[in-house]
Design a protein around this ligand. Structure first.
Ligand SMILES: NC(=O)c1ccc[n+]([C@@H]2O[C@H](COP(=O)([O-])OP(=O)(O)OC[C@H]3O[C@@H](n4cnc5c(N)ncnc54)[C@H](O)[C@@H]3O)[C@@H](O)[C@H]2O)c1
Ligand SMILES: [Zn+2]
Length: 402
């Protein structure tokens, strides 16, 4: 053996030793090289209006469990309510239910998603309700039948697993949950699936009245994310004659990008009669055949009947939570006009599947769906993200993992 080969042997030994004895502290917290770290950060809402970034061990997976590396998660109005008032008494809680990410590990029994599509490590997924058997069950049906509500990741009480919400680096999806392989959608679309499913369901509910047709004149009141997505869903299914109503001009302008034909700013009108005339003028001298109520305002609910023609229809979806009582006149508003009304609350699992196709079609016809996400914050700045949400400066605020 000559000198050079001895040296090479020593160098190789040294390199190998360095590799095996590298201190754990030098490993990146979230694996850049594909390795799964031992711990994961999660944003714990530990008191009102305060998240703390905690580090939790990533637990051993059960045979039916899935470990997902989070890519991003939208902030929902429900999260904002939890942040401000904790109406569901969940604190301490890891929030985030509009999330998506990549499967990094699966229990040996997991082969397919809830729609029967193959599921593999590397696939991009979203979770839905934690309820398994019947794809037609909605949370609403569950409540009506009084068999208890379905659970959702991001609105679960804290437990020993901790990684129960999408405002984290990793989430543990346990057996019996619903999960969908949405690898064919981009990140922004995947973050918007949950709110879009609300509108797919609302339009399905509207269709049950038999009044909503391709050539219907449709008014959408309220142009927050919910109303804007409503317009996009209507436009994508081929309804062209849409009037958007709101008091925020920026939102009304965006409503046109999302497919509204005309917009009406209620601040330009004094009193409901003038406003109703404004809507009628926007339809060229006709009242609406159908209306979607997408505000949480009791005044908004009372007003909307005035925009609808005799024999028309209404879908009320703005009151996800109790926003108080609204005063209407049953004679003028419902009885004499023969208005058909439906309520709409969340979605079914089937609506989720429809939503994946909707997102592709909406992009296909050039609707700028991704522009709904106006702000992106890293997990470390989640408190700032929620503050922006509460100031109502943007539309959809998302937490995107660094
Ligand atoms: N049915 C469901 O399953 C479901 C799911 C999610 C959200 N929601 C509800 O939908 C509603 C809208 O959600 P969002 O995220 O778009 O909220 P948002 O607060 O961002 O938007 C509401 C919009 O309504 C407008 N508005 C308020 N009062 C009005 C009035 N009188 N006339 C016209 N416009 C008015 C506001 O200017 C705002 O742009 C919320 O109340 C929410 O609770 C329902
Ligand atoms: Zn939501």
């Amino acid at each position: 053996m000559d000198v050079n080969s001895t040296k090479i042997e020593e160098i190789v030994k040294q390199v190998l030793q360095e590799m095996t004895s590298a201190p754990a502290a030098k490993q990146p917290a979230a694996s850049a090289n594909g390795a799964i770290p031992k711990t994961s950060r999660a944003a714990l809402l530990y008191k009102l209006e305060q998240f703390e970034i905690k580090e939790y061990p990533i637990p051993e997976l059960g045979d039916d469990d899935i470990l997902v590396k989070v890519e991003g998660c939208g902030i929902c109005g429900t999260d904002a309510h939890e942040f401000k008032r904790d109406p569901f008494s969940l604190i301490p809680v890891v929030l985030g239910h509009e999330g998506t990410g990549e499967v990094v590990k699966m229990g040996k029994n997991v082969k397919k998603d809830s729609a029967g599509k193959p599921l593999n490590v590397g696939d991009k997924v979203v979770s839905c309700m934690i309820f398994k058997d019947n794809p037609d069950i909605t949370m609403f049906d569950l409540n009506k039948q009084n068999v208890g509500g379905a659970d959702v990741y991001g609105l679960l009480p804290d437990d020993d697993t901790h990684l129960n919400g999408w405002f984290a680096d990793y989430i543990v999806i346990r057996g019996g949950s619903t999960i969908f392989n949405v690898s064919d959608l981009d990140l922004d679309s995947r973050i918007l699936i949950e709110p879009c499913a609300v509108l797919i369901h609302a339009v399905e509910r509207a269709k049950t009245t038999g009044i909503l047709r391709f050539n219907s004149r449709v008014v959408v009141q309220g142009c927050g994310p919910i109303g804007l997505i409503c317009i996009a869903v209507l436009r994508t299914m081929g309804i062209e004659n849409i009037v958007a109503v709101d008091g925020e001009q920026k939102r009304l302008d965006f409503a046109k990008q999302m497919g509204a034909d005309t917009s009406v700013n209620f601040k330009d009108y004094k009193g409901i009669e003038a406003l109703a005339k404004g809507v009628e003028d926007a339809f060229g001298g006709h009242l609406a055949d159908f209306a979607f109520q997408c505000t949480g305002s009791p005044v908004g609910h009372a007003n909307i009947y005035k925009f609808i023609r005799n024999g028309g229809g209404l879908c009320e979806l703005g009151f996800f939570i109790n926003g108080g009582d609204a005063t209407i006149n049953p004679h003028f508003d419902i009885c004499a006009k023969e208005i058909t009304t439906v309520g709409s609350w969340v979605y079914t699992l089937r609506d989720y599947a429809t939503t994946f196709d909707f997102l592709k079609r909406a992009k296909g016809i050039g609707l700028p769906i991704e522009k709904l996400i106006t702000h992106k914050y890293p997990l470390s700045q989640i408190n700032e993200g929620f503050a922006t949400n509460l100031k109502m400066e943007g539309l959809k605020i998302a937490v995107i993992n660094e």
